[in-house]
Design a protein around this ligand. Sequence first.
Ligand code: SAH
Ligand code: AVI
Length: 316
Amino acid sequence: MARERGRNRPLELASFRNDVVAGLSLPQKSLPPKYFYDAAGSRLFARICRLPEYYLTRAELALTRRHLPAIVRFAGRGCQLVEYGSGEGVKSRMLIRALRPSVYVPIDISEDALLAAARGLAREFPWLRVAPLVGDFSRPLDIRVRRGTPSVVYFPGSTIGNLAPEEAHAFLSMSRGVAVRMLVGVDLKKAPALLHAAYNDAAGVTAAFNLNLLARINRELGADFDPRRWRHYAFYNPAQGRIEMHLVALAAQRVRLGSHRWRFAAGETIHTENSYKYSLDGFRELAAKAGFRSARVWTDRGGLFALHGLNSGSGS
Ligand code: SAH
Ligand code: AVI
């Protein structure tokens, strides 16, 4: 298994610290969702995917299984497959088996989860060249693909929904430099009650995932958040078309990180994640603005989730 490490720990820690300090200094305190995914956060996310309320993973797996021959015809067997936010690689397996890519480049910010998944795939598919890349897809990455073989970007899970529309636009524009075709998994707009349940599961796993962010800031940056004094809060914001996740201070408190101090009033929140939901046309419009033509779209029988097949506007 070829391996590229795009990481430099002291630099990574410095940007984590800078992002936390900047986010907690805003009028609406906020933290970037990419920091959910340390080893503990990735394990919690894997549990979220198996929750009865979290329909997203099951719906996307079902639609991929159902439309696999058409998806493979669209992507093209033997392509170079680049996957952003690959995580555990549950959906990747199905695609790899059917597509037989010449190389598979999974990219993820969560090093432990990425390398464990890459090792598992390399064992399961001995014929496959797996070239994992630890990195942040919100920045330009040095992705080594060969000229002459079409590259296909796979971005499942509705991770694109965690980007604000302008960030999603920037991401798609950047991907045009890598891919002739894209397969993007997108959660669809639906009844708010279903969305609410998916982000407020009865077992409290999503709450633990959200609260782990404070524990991670303590562990890695030496802050003194008391996670017991915070509560998970997630709701659908219909005007913005997104689920918002926050952490609510249960009482007035102060938090310290090195020389930085923040006061929190009782009930004040830290905004930790957005999860945008798109109509089919809403996503097509976003893709078109970034220069992609929507060629195909596949949905599950319940109409919960969509997989968009996009062509880069160059007609390749
Ligand atoms: N694709 C999987 C996992 C989705 S969870 C699925 O469909 O189930 C989102 C994944 O994206 C996680 O593995 C997380 O570590 C990764 N991720 C989140 N933000 C990232 C970023 N900025 N750069 C790279 N990976 C990121
Ligand atoms: C990774 N991402 C698409 C998930 C989502 O649904 O927005 C992250 C998540 N947050 C809470 N539950 C799951």
